[in-house]
Design a protein around this ligand. Structure first.
Ligand SMILES: Nc1nc2c(ncn2[C@@H]2O[C@H](COP(=O)(O)OP(=O)(O)OP(=O)(O)O)[C@@H](O)[C@H]2O)c(=O)[nH]1
Ligand SMILES: [Zn+2]
Length: 363
């Protein structure tokens, strides 16, 4: 049994199973008749899985696992590793989930935590060299990946449509010049061509998992198709005036590239609400936290204090991003549920107070 399991695990390396995930899986209590498989797509009450047999299969989530996930406010995400197998009727069931190495999470519009993808090696932050180019949005994505401990590469797409590619590349480099743990590279590509694959070659090793992030119309699906050398993902045109896409991709899905890497395409996020605290934000802006000790005032807010080392060294745009995200976190510290709970607590307190006052005054 162990031999068979080991053989399976070796086959699964091509699906992104690395050494650490392998030990996570080996440490699970394997239910009878199950195999290790990877979640490649999440649907409403089903997931699509790929396993050692390399055939996609559709599975439902066993009630106990469903309950356990719900208790933790979690759900399965693309990239997860699970144990799944068929029942007597041939219906496949996911019975266990392996602990994740990492996950990208955001707050959904209701303020609840949502896992976007799990077990990723590199995030490609895709930004079009058209109207999509926006350094403030890039800063937001960099916080998302940094907080998850996932390496990032900035990919400026539509290089064939832009007359100032070098200037744009230099702009991004200058914007992030003081970062110690910034993106691993900043590249410009024509996502429609196979040459994009060559530019990204260092990150496309066998068993590597990459996720493409960026706004709708940035060119994520186009790049996915080029990296996978196949037309897997539908692509859509963008509006002439603002380069906005039409949200062509609607689900996250994992694809295997011929080079052996796993590519996760994602739909463009409409406004990315971060799921980080002030500490994580400060860590992601390590250019600011690194320079702050040199400011004249220990509690310098890097706004208009004299002797501010941060303001002198950073671009105004980078500092503006930081202040904006800091304000946003201050506002968003509480989720709508917590805000509602707070509101009803105030209401009941003032009701009690009114009753006390009335009782005192004998009314
Ligand atoms: N010329 C050129 N066109 C590109 C490039 N990348 C994307 N496009 C075009 O830009 C449009 C949007 O590309 P998509 O790949 O659908 O964008 P997306 O990021 O997947 O968008 P959503 O699925 O809506 O999130 C399509 O018309 C693509 O053909 C590129 O590098 N060069
Ligand atoms: Zn300062």
């Amino acid at each position: 049994m162990l031999e068979a399991t080991q053989q399976h695990l070796t086959l699964l390396q091509t699906l992104g199973l690395n050494h650490s995930l392998r030990s996570h899986l080996a440490g699970l209590d394997w239910p009878a008749n199950t195999d290790a498989m990877r979640v490649v797509e999440v649907q409403r009450d089903r997931v699509q899985l790929l396993g050692a047999h390399q055939r996609a299969c559709s599975a439902r989530i066993a009630a106990e696992l469903q309950q356990a996930l719900r208790d933790e406010g979690q759900s399965l995400a693309v990239g997860d590793w699970v144990l799944a197998g068929p029942d007597a009727f041939g219906e496949h069931w996911v019975r266990a989930q392996a602990p994740r190495l990492n996950a990208l999470t955001r707050r959904n519009p209701e303020g609840l935590r949502q896992t976007l993808v799990a077990n990723v090696d590199t995030a490609l932050l895709v930004m079009g060299l058209d109207h999509d180019f926006n350094l403030a949005r890039l800063d937001r994505y960099l916080v998302l990946t940094h907080a998850a401990g996932i390496a990032s590469v900035v990919v400026l797409s539509k290089a064939d449509r832009c007359a100032q590619v070098q200037a744009r590349l230099a702009e991004v480099q200058a914007h992030l010049r003081a970062c110690r743990e910034g993106p691993q590279a900043v590249l410009a590509v024509n996502g429609t061509q196979a040459s994009a694959r060559e530019s990204l070659w260092p990150w496309l090793g066998a068993g590597q998992t990459l996720v493409l992030l960026g706004s709708s119309g940035a060119g994520k699906s186009t790049l996915t198709n080029s990296l996978c050398d196949a037309h897997l993902q539908g692509t859509g045109s963008v509006r002439e005036d603002d380069s906005r896409g039409r949200h062509t991709t609607s689900v996250r899905s994992l694809h295997r590239a011929p080079c052996g890497a796993c590519i996760i395409d994602t739909p463009g996020l409409r406004g990315l609400q971060l799921d980080v605290n002030q500490q994580e934000l400060a860590e992601a802006f390590d250019d600011i936290s690194g320079l702050a000790p040199q400011c004249r005032f220990r509690n310098c807010s890097h706004q208009d204090e004299p002797g501010c080392a941060v303001r002198d060294a950073l671009s105004a745009a980078r500092l503006k991003s930081y202040h904006k995200l800091q304000r946003e976190l201050g506002r968003e510290q509480r989720t709508p549920l917590q805000r509602q709970a707070q509101l009803s607590e105030w209401k009941s307190r003032s009701r009690e107070a009114r009753i006390r006052i009335r009782a005192k005054s004998g009314g």
